[in-house]
Design a protein around this ligand. Structure first.
Ligand code: NDP
Length: 487
């Protein structure tokens, strides 16, 4: 059936038949252990449940690593680094990385379905973005493993750091694992990785992939758990390098923990990116870019374009078209191949989004949500925008980490720059204009690690990614991503 949209807020153009991806491809075990020294072990005894945020169904019981378990993992990683991995030629290491990359491709469907079940993100995204980009990271860094003498300009004699302790968040579980593990292994380090408490399952499937690839025991160790497990990894004296992605608050506490030690650190923290639309931009494309910038992955994206800066002369038109487009977003079952916006990852995160949205209203901003029916079970928040937002509003300053867009306006390019840079963060920005000279000028002015021009949220393993200011330090991706794992 075809419906004609009448105005913003109208029903979608088409009714879609359900198109659910089968979950039969995933072989879920009722319980999972830790992956230490090449095998799954029980750990200290405590465990926690991981659930499907779209249905609240318990997916599995997962072991919670305590300090002793983390110690065992670090020791296994040390042995593997000293005896096997650190001594192996780059050419040999590359073979393992290529093998892992190919197995990720071969098991792509299984990984995508599992990621969607555990995280709540639409299968369209886990299938088309998370999993292929994770494989691409392993392919890319496999190519570097035997060329490390060219990785750091002027320093052909680089060496691995040793054992890397890596703590990752829940928004891109497998992809963040790949961002961390691939460069570390290529550079000759071994790793102890802690996935987020709410999304441990694809990391555990990755552990199986390491077994399948015959990766030597101890090169990759996965310790599941919550914040305390992460703290134990970061604080362990046998860890030479800490790599963290997550909130600025936890990033600060990690920086305090490692201060005064000789551990190397890279921190990939929060963001409050400006997505800047000039009056000469191709408006329909810009609207797609705004939607992709903030509603991709339910807005659980550190580099999300969560502040829309739109030139006053086109603000009304952009908002009108944006609302129409938002009204066509399909929110619901993440396993349905037609779904655009899935479930919020946890009840806790949903609470945070709701609280900040309420603050937006209390501070006087105008709230508008796309008309959509939210499922009764699970954690859901409709795609929402706020107009009449001023720079002082908390929704313009704080990372909401959900499908919520704050809209501000500007008149001149320099005002756009002032407003875009008026944030404690500096991870990313977007510029929409038809003028190449303006793109280059803006890119020079914006204090952000990544500036996208006439696009948004594009990720490529060859391109360095990282922040200014409170968005963290160090770069991941590209040749630069290797520097953090070499001495
Ligand atoms: P956290 O920063 O708490 O979580 C990131 C990872 O660090 C998780 O694996 C977490 O474990 C672990 N961790 C928590 N505390 C410590 C600690 N003291 N030492 C070492 N590791 C620790 O993010 P949250 O999940 O709590 O999300 C809170 C907010 O952070 C979000 O609302 C969002 O604004 C922001 N965030 C930003 C991200 C980004 O990429 N910029 C990613 C995730 C969140 P566990 O999962 O068990 O808590």
């Amino acid at each position: 059936m075809v419906k004609v949209p009448e105005s913003s807020g109208s029903a979608p153009l088409f009714d879609y038949a359900p198109a659910p991806e089968s979950r039969a491809v995933v072989d879920l075990s009722p319980s999972y252990g830790l992956f230490v020294d090449g095998v799954f072990v029980d750990g200290g005894g405590r465990s926690f449940k991981t659930i499907n945020p779209a249905t609240e169904e318990v997916l599995a019981e997962v072991a919670e690593a305590d300090e002793r378990d983390v110690d065992a993992a670090v020791q296994a990683a040390r042995r593997a680094q000293d005896r096997v991995w650190g001594r192996m030629s780059g050419r040999e290491r590359a073979k393992y990385l290529f093998r892992i990359a190919r197995i990720i491709q071969e098991r792509a469907r299984e990984l995508a379905v599992l990621e969607t079940l555990d995280n709540g993100k639409p299968i369209r995204e886990s299938r088309d973005v998370d999993v292929p980009t994770a494989a691409a990271h392993f392919f890319y860094y496999a190519g570097w493993a035997d060329k490390l003498e060219y990785a750091v300009p002027g320093r052909p004699d680089v060496r691995p750091l040793g054992v890397a302790g890596q703590v990752i968040p829940w928004n891109f579980p497998l992809l963040m694992l790949a961002w961390k593990v691939a460069p570390a292994l290529a550079a000759g380090n071994t790793v102890v990785l802690k996935p987020a408490e709410t999304t441990p399952l694809t990391a555990l499937l990755f552990a199986e992939i390491c077994q399948q690839a015959d990766l030597p025991p101890g090169v990759v160790n996965i310790v599941t758990g919550a914040g305390a497990t992460g703290r134990a990894v970061v604080a362990h004296p046998g860890v030479d390098k800490v790599a963290f992605t997550g909130s600025t608050e936890v990033g600060r506490s990690i920086a305090r923990t490692v201060a005064g030690t000789d551990k190397r650190v890279t921190l990939e923290l929060g963001g409050k990116a400006a997505n800047i639309v000039f009056e000469d931009a191709a408006i329909d494309q810009a609207v797609e870019g705004i939607v992709n910038g903030i509603f991709f992955n339910q807005g659980h994206v550190c580099c999300a374009g969560s502040r829309l800066l739109v030139q006053e002369s086109v603000a009304e038109e952009v908002l009108d078209r944006l609302k129409r487009r938002m009204a066509t977003l399909r929110v619901g079952d993440p396993l349905d191949k037609n779904t655009d916006v899935g479930a919020i990852n946890s009840a806790e995160q949903l609470g945070r989004i709701r609280d900040l949205a309420q603050v937006g209203e209390d501070e006087g901003a105008g709230r508008w949500s796309a008309p959509c029916e939210l499922p009764a079970q699970g954690f859901w928040f409709p795609p929402t925008l706020f107009t009449g937002v001023s720079q002082a509003h908390r929704i313009a300053r704080e990372e909401i980490f959900g499908p919520v867009l704050s809209v501000l306006t500007f008149r001149t390019p320099s005002e756009a720059v002032e407003k875009a840079n008026n944030t404690p963060y500096g991870l990313s920005a977007g510029v929409w204009t038809e003028k190449g000279s303006r793109i280059l000028w803006m890119a020079n002015q914006l204090r952000a690690g990544v500036v996208w021009a006439n696009t948004f949220n594009k990720f490529d393993p060859t391109s360095p990614f990282g922040g200014y200011k409170e968005s963290g330090y160090g770069r991941e991706g590209g040749r630069q991503g290797l520097e953090g794992y070499l001495r």
